[in-house]
Write a protein that binds this ligand. Structure first.
Ligand SMILES: *Cc1c(COP(=O)(O)O)cnc(C)c1O
Length: 513
């Protein structure tokens, strides 16, 4: 065994890993990366088919980001954000606000108003103006959660509850299967039972809204076809009515939902669950009309992952809303939606360093203004808040994203993915193929005609990914859904290799049984 692998086995405890299984195999030790390629300690090369767990954007060792970090290193790596400002963090905050701006009235909302679909007051977009920095996706969500909680209490004229004077607590609603991170607040917002059970006693309750999981939706009367379930589903959008009823019911308790937390356009760790056209707009309208703050978790979907421009078929509008030439980096921006909180992490630094940001409005910010002794301060922060190296890397990454070359590459990669994926329908164990922009989930089933799922103990997703690794392609499944999320620099040929490896691996794993 490689000496580094030995040290790992001796001392390193890996995240989300059954360490008994881990200790039975020599781990791959990554020593280098370039573009979409990772190299291990034995000199073997792999394609990074999940962008190093959804973080990397432009590829590894990207010259512009390397240079930005080196330049910053000549000045300083880190200084505290407690009592001090710094250059890269301030510049980054301004850039993020600009990137998240969709303009006061988008084409989509204008068209909707013209057709009388959206009640004006509730669809008026707020403007994101303030940025709270933290370290990773979980903390970005934790910040939004704490802010929304306090704002709601203040709005209701309540002091943060002392234990004795506790009334009904502000309550949050999130999507079925949601994953928003691993800190206690973020886990409380999640609905992955496996993680919930382990910490039940530590968590607060949040409600579960029906996710638009067309492939396994009880309202979808369509028989399985060899196509993305969104395209052939037969339903009346009952999932949206369900959400509406839930909001109404909660309102009647006198404690309406304080916030609606969601991943826009596609839920990641829930199983790469894409939202059918119009769903996001409608449910966010419902949430807003019931007074809930919108907390968009774009930790996975942000920075171009869901597509390049503003062209999302929207069934409310019955047309494709277009903002020509406008490159939109966020899924919410792509449908002209501005949430009250926009949570960013994974790709923020281009996948180089741990850094996160929670964007919010002046209205929220102003609620925390007051005399020192009123203690309206937001009592929250991290040692590395506003890290200078991370901010420098992020600035370089944003600059790359905004070039037309990057937009072109991403458009090309998206269409390569679209071309390559249909070959997988030939496999009887592929039940659903779900692509949104530059990310795809391939759901493995026992039999596509019945949609029968594999049992956990069959480790179907894991076995396929292990077989892919033997073919030089690295990714991880979420349950029985294999994820393809290539770095934006991935060539057409490299993408084809990824899809071929997946195809061969599925055939090998399930035919060999
Ligand atoms: C990964 C992820 C998180 C948590 O981010 P960490 O950086 O792992 O804490 C939160 N939300 C979504 C949607 C994610 O994909």
């Amino acid at each position: 065994m490689h000496p580094i692998a030995k040290l790992d086995h001796a001392h390193v405890w890996h995240p989300f890993t059954q360490m008994r299984d881990w200790l039975q195999h020599e781990p791959i030790v990554i020593v280098e990366g370039k573009g979409a390629i990772l190299q291990d300690a034995k000199g073997r090369e792999y394609l990074d088919a999940n962008s190093s767990i959804w973080t990397n954007l432009h590829g590894h060792r990207y010259p512009k980001i390397n240079q930005a970090i080196q330049r910053q290193l000549k000045k300083i790596a880190h200084s505290s954000a407690l009592g001090l400002a710094n250059e890269p963090a301030s510049l980054l905050a301004a850039q993020l606000i600009q990137a998240a701006d969709v303009g006061s009235r988008t084409h989509a909302t204008q068209a909707a108003h013209a057709k009388g679909f959206l009640p004006r007051a509730s669809s008026e977009n707020p403007k994101l103006e303030k940025v709270f920095f933290s370290d990773d996706g979980s903390t970005a969500l934790e910040v939004a959660l704490k802010l929304a909680y306090q704002v709601t209490l203040r709005q209701r004229g309540k002091q943060p509850a002392s234990k004795s004077a506790r009334g009904p607590q502000p309550k949050f609603i999130t999507l079925d299967g949601a994953y928003h991170g691993d800190t206690i607040g973020a886990v409380s917002l999640g609905h992955i039972d496996l993680f919930h059970q382990a910490y039940g006693g530590l968590l607060f309750a949040s409600d579960k809204a029906m996710a638009p999981y067309c492939y396994r939706c009880p309202f979808n009367r369509a028989k399985p076809e060899r196509a993305d379930a969104r395209t052939y589903r037969q339903c009346h959008g009952e999932c949206i009515d369900t959400v509406e009823r839930q909001f109404s019911k909660q309102k009647k308790t006198g404690n309406p939902y304080a916030g609606f937390v969601f991943e826009p356009l596609m839920q990641g760790a829930a199983g790469m669950i894409p939202q059918p056209g119009g769903w996001l707009r409608q449910v966010t309208e419902i949430a807003r009309s019931h007074g809930a703050l919108l907390i968009a978790d774009e930790v996975m979907t942000g920075f171009g992952r869901t597509g390049v421009t503003c062209q999302v078929p929207d069934q409310i509008l019955g047309e494709v809303s277009r903002q020509p030439a406008a490159v939109k980096l966020f899924a919410t921006a792509r449908i002209g939606l501005v949430p009250d909180f926009l949570c960013l992490a994974k790709g923020l630094t281009g996948g180089y360093l741990p850094m996160a940001a929670t964007l919010t409005t002046k209205a929220i910010f102003d609620r925390f203004l007051g005399k020192y002794e009123e203690f309206k301060t937001f009592f929250h922060g991290h040692s590395f808040t506003g890290n200078q190296l991370g901010a420098a890397a992020s600035l370089a990454s944003l600059e790359i994203l905004q070039t037309s070359k990057s937009a072109q590459n991403r458009t090309q990669l998206q269409s390569s993915l679209k071309q390559a994926l249909p070959a997988l329908w030939a496999l009887p164990n592929v039940g659903d193929i779900r692509q949104v922009g530059l990310v795809a989930g391939i759901e493995l089933v026992k039999n596509w005609r019945t949609r029968a799922p594999f049992a956990w103990r069959e480790r179907a997703g894991i076995r396929v990914c292990e077989a892919m690794a033997r073919r030089g392609v690295l990714t991880r499944p979420v349950g029985n859904v294999v994820v393809l999320m290539p770095p934006y620099c991935t060539t057409h040929g490299q993408l084809q290799t990824m899809v071929n490896a997946l195809q061969e691996s599925v055939a090998e794993v399930f035919n060999a049984k």
